[in-house]
Design a protein. Sequence first.
Length: 97
Amino acid sequence: MLTGKQKRYLRKKAHHLKPVFQIGKAGVNDNLIKQTLDALEARELIKLNVLQNCAEDKHFVAEAIAEGAKADIVQIIGSTIILYKESTENKRIELPN
């Protein structure tokens, strides 16, 4: 669970990032969760974009992916979701206390 201070720090770090995945009409599936897990292990902080043709609500999509990848939701703004998960082998981001 992230504190408010940590979320602010991660939002600042994620500002310049481009979305790694786009979620369309296929919605959330096992393959998307697996790829998200791999991306989080490599980068720790990623953005996802929910397209207009996605049948599911962006909050449901964020919860489903975060739960499947065991990641933390940093922010949902517009159609963009920011996720964070500490990497086991590739630690890059030092969170403030």
